[in-house]
Design a protein around this ligand. Sequence first.
Ligand code: UDP
Length: 316
Amino acid sequence: MKAIVTGGSGFIGSHLCERLLDKGYKVICIDNFITGDHANVEHFLKNPNFRLIEHDITNPILGEELDLEGVSEVFNLACPASPIDYQKIPLETLWVSAAGTKNMLDLAVKLKAKFLHTSTSEVYGDPLEHPQRESYWGNVNCLGVRSCYDEGKRFAESLVVNYGHKYGIKTKIIRIFNTYGPRMRAHDGRVIPNFITQSLAGKPITIYGDGYQTRSFCYVDDMVDGIIAMMAKEGFKGPVNLGNPEEYSIKMLAEKIVELTDSKSKIIYKDLPQDDPKVRRPDITLAKKELGFEPKIGFEQGLKKTIEWFKKKGTY
Ligand code: UDP
């Protein structure tokens, strides 16, 4: 099998590339490294089944010169995903979801490949329905600081579905909820790397708001299981939620990380950013039914593995 992974040098993308290589795939990773990291993929470069193409997918990729013949699956992950990243580069974020997704869909049509698009729980915005089911239309501020990500991903969902209708390619949409694990950048800005690096460095732990907002955290290996199962499932387009439905407040997360790192860090409180969702938890009934998806790595176990990785890497 031969697959393209856009955003393959990012956090989830690099774990997906690794799993596909382990399964014997030939993997073509396309990334412009706007938020990806060479360190995530350089150890794959000696594998003859891995190819890295440094390319911004907002520019069309033609294929002929790149020997993409035989590609049967396209995993479209390219997009900044951390709020601090996408708020710094909102236009690039909108454009990769729009033009980037269109260019990869055109390529999938040409190659007659299946196309899996990674959407997000952010399509539900600051949700008024809890937990979130796929049937919920969401509560998104279309002009807010998160809109470049939320609306970009919502546009991309529509684009993917309509390409499927018009060109008859097999399309799939997953909605990824908060995911964590090794290879997140130390200064990624998302809550788990922030709290772990702050705790390990003995620096104050920065809770935004009162810390009673909730999230549900999925370990990256479980997420990759879901992505692979979705691509393999015949006749199922989604959209389908992928995530771990165990829900924690940000305050509980901070306390747990302090405990697991045996840290002396104090918790401090900062302003809550605009449009920060108050609650988030996936309803994964559909993923269980269609994909047999069931996260296996518990909260504490996943945090321990992630802490170990940050300790080993030593960048905090
Ligand atoms: N957060 C926090 N301190 C931090 C980073 C994030 O309290 O140092 C909060 C953030 O305000 C949000 C939650 O943690 O309520 C999750 O934030 P993250 O950026 O990881 O992702 P989101 O789910 O908001 O996209």
